[in-house]
Ligand binder design. Sequence first.
Ligand SMILES: Nc1ncnc2c1ncn2[C@@H]1O[C@H](COP(=O)(O)OP(=O)(O)OP(=O)(O)O)[C@@H](O)[C@H]1O
Length: 294
Amino acid sequence: MTDATPSALSPLAIDVRGARYVYPTGNVTALGGVDLQVKPGEIIGIIGQNGSGKTTLTKLLNGLLKPTAGTVIVDGVDTAKKSVQEMAPHVGYVFQNPNHQLFARTVQMELEFGPRNIGLSEEEIAVRVAEAVEFFGLQDYIEEHPYRVSFPIRKLVGIASIVAMRPPILILDEPSTGQDHNTTHVINGLMRRLRDQGTTVVCVSHDMPLLADVVERVIVMKSTEIIADASPREVFADKTLMARTNLQAPQVTEIALQTVVPLGGPVALTPAELAADIAMRTGRPAAARTDAVG
Ligand SMILES: Nc1ncnc2c1ncn2[C@@H]1O[C@H](COP(=O)(O)OP(=O)(O)OP(=O)(O)O)[C@@H](O)[C@H]1O
């Protein structure tokens, strides 16, 4: 049988219907019947307490886990019928812990592996690797063993090795966890670039400022279910929802909710938005941020 084209099974990038997952070990229900539709080019964030089912949901998306019930169609392909290897050209998956992902002897070999694995020519592999090295700032590490570089750099290598395949759908599990200021900056820039390129991105994260800055839709999970699906502004301004899930909105949003919102002002998601609102009220221009990502 030939591969289904995206339009054959679903025109959506991700089309999850009634997906349940029960881990055989201990018979743990990690997903209790989830529906999720994501259009091509959408950038979504998934948030939720520990153990709410976020990672399990994303592992269903790249075929690492197969649904116990329901269907998971990604890039038009039914993941239940494909191996992880067969899903690789359709969906890239960046593990939360790069130690679960990296295995090559050098950073260069790690970056080459994915593009070679999906059958690209040696010339194209060289282009992809050079681009990844440049974007992620890995010039000083290409000959290093991936386990001999610092954790933040190793994490960037893990992300770069998947991005180098240019999958139409990219899943990032906690990309900014364990990162320093510089590498967080790179990840923020990456999300913006992926958005400009039209890549569909699913980002599981506890990093609310990152999500507030770059995603257009936030999925909230609690106890194996999706309990909210809305814009970051709606989700982060919803104090009841945040309290119910034990999550905290970005500090900027919390400040806006306590100060300018009661006066009829907007809910700020980023420092730049709050600064602009304060500047408008005081009549003083906001100072330019020095750490803004272009
Ligand atoms: N390999 C496994 N075997 C058995 N149960 C598991 C396994 N992995 C996860 N679980 C359980 O499945 C449920 C959902 O876990 P999952 O890792 O998907 O949640 P999560 O929201 O990603 O959590 P975290 O934020 O801590 O990564 C939890 O009850 C967890 O203990």
